[in-house]
Design a protein around this ligand. Structure first.
Ligand code: G2I
Length: 454
């Protein structure tokens, strides 16, 4: 991982101005323990491991950006580096979103994992609809890799060079690349990537290869033969899109057999989905399963770390792809850490005290930020307790001023803000929540205050 003095300073400054991004205070007045917990990235760094997240570049401001920067030491662009994103029309490149993520990562002392160069999905129409000879395909492949890997040369820790090459039974997936070039497209891609950036670690990445089975054995045999042939290959990515209750029991054994082959292993896209609604019991089971995945990686020195595929349920691919399922990531849709977050922290050696139950809590988040303005949101949730009226108060730390509020009446005197319920939302039942919002101005910095409920 790249850690320079300047990036450390930037991180420190960012930390000092935005400590406790999601300010939470209990109704009783005691700070929730998790607001002060050690960030996951510091715990992971102490163990020499990566804790990463996939991100959407356009969202890297406000609470989303603060959390991504504070908690993770690696970022993977969820979509921004795919062929269809970077070259939508032949010869017309759009690097804006990818650049934004790489710049953000460097400013926050984070690694970047490039994702992905050669895949059957999310390719531009001009490529998939074209008719190509194998010589033309080979040229397209090599040029694409030279251009994209070359653009970020020296700045990325790793590339998912080839993504999802196998069928479930371990045969090769019949893609544009396989059909045109045979299995050799994999060696060609790896060789081109090494030439374009000798310092990036080169991976083959797939799903349903977490446990020992036909598909992971095909990947194992491929890596073995690539190594024997002297083709550059540094690691395998186990995506780990898991289903609650189905963490493979052979995960650690599988990681170990790849390590024994002489390659690194990364868990690259971890999420654990469940049938909605999420209940306390399901979230507790999910936490235990996140911990089990962390522990399997921590147990093998060549397992470089774990990346989650989106850190918040508001930025997860699951609900769109599997209707009725979700809650797959470590933070809920309002950026409140879930039991899975605490389980990751515990696996990394952190001591965390999850917020006690039987209380009402207020969570402040910045949902949008522009020039000198922002939209803030406070969510008041009760569990094991209820309210018939409420008042949420905080002190702005950097001169922010509220101009407008909705679903609450807010007054501001100097830095002190006080917001009381509207006539229609004073009651918060056990298990329920209410939300109010406001627009405000900021300049210089926009630190997140801690909210007290009274
Ligand atoms: O499918 C889950 C992941 C499996 N492994 C490879 C990953 O690259 C893949 O990521 C997902 C993204 O998280 C989704 O966000 O890849 C999907 C495409 O296969 C992405 O979905 C696409 C939607 O299909 C598009 O409609 C949408 O425009 O996301 C795009 C951007 O939001």
């Amino acid at each position: 991982m790249r850690t320079s003095r300047s990036s450390f300073r930037a991180r420190l400054a960012a930390f000092l101005t935005s400590a406790a991004t999601t300010g939470v205070l209990l109704a009783a007045g005691a700070p929730a323990a998790h607001a002060a917990d050690t960030p996951l990235r510091d715990l992971a760094a102490a163990k020499g491991k990566v804790i990463g997240t996939a991100v959407t570049g356009s969202k890297l401001t406000g609470t989303y950006g603060d959390t991504a920067g504070r908690e993770f030491n690696a970022l993977t662009p969820g979509n921004a580096m795919k062929w269809g994103s970077v070259e939508p029309a032949r010869g017309t490149f759009d690097w804006a979103e990818a650049d934004r993520i790489v710049d953000f990562a460097e400013a926050h002392g984070q690694q970047v994992r490039g994702h992905t160069l050669v895949w059957h999905s999310q390719n531009p129409g001009w490529l998939t609809n074209g008719t190509w000879t194998s010589a033309q395909l080979s040229r397209l492949l090599n040029d694409h890799i030279a251009t994209e890997v070359g653009r970020y040369k020296g700045r990325l820790a790793a590339w998912d060079v080839v993504n999802e090459p196998f069928n479930e039974d371990g045969t090769y997936r019949e893609t544009l690349w396989y059909n045109g070039l045979g299995a050799d497209y994999i060696a060609q891609a790896l060789t081109a990537a090494r030439a374009a950036d000798p310092s990036a670690k080169l991976y083959i990445n797939d799903y349903n290869v977490e446990g020992v089975g036909a598909k992971s054995t095909a990947l194992y045999n491929l890596v073995k033969s690539l190594k024997e042939r002297g083709v550059p290959i540094d690691g395998v990515g186990l995506q780990a899109h898991l289903i609650l209750g189905q963490v493979p029991s052979t995960l650690q054994q599988n990681i170990q057999r790849f390590a024994d082959l002489g390659v690194d292993v990364a868990i690259t896209e971890l999420d654990i989905r469940m049938q909605l609604p999420a209940t306390e019991a399901k979230l507790a089971q999910q936490a235990a399963e996140y911990k089990a995945v962390m522990n399997a990686c921590l147990a093998v020195s060549r397992c470089v770390g774990v990346t989650v595929w989106g850190f918040t349920d508001s930025d997860s691919w699951i609900p769109d792809t599997f209707p009725g399922q979700g809650a797959a990531t470590p933070y809920d849709e309002n950026y409140a850490p879930k039991p899975a977050y605490h389980a990751i922290a515990e696996a990394l050696g952190g001591t965390t005290t999850p917020p006690p139950t039987g209380a009402c809590t207020a969570t402040y988040s910045v949902t949008g930020q522009w020039d000198n303005g922002f939209t803030g949101q406070v969510r008041i949730s009760c569990s094991g307790a209820s309210l018939t009226s409420w008042k949420a108060s905080w002190t702005f730390g950097a001169g922010q001023r509220i101009s407008q509020a909705w679903n609450a009446s807010c007054t501001q005197s100097g830095a002190a803000v006080s917001c009381s319920n509207a006539s229609y939302n004073g009651s918060v039942p056990d298990g329920g929540s209410v939300t109010f919002g406001f627009n405000a101005s900021w300049s210089g910095s926009n630190p997140v205050p801690t909210v007290t409920l009274g």
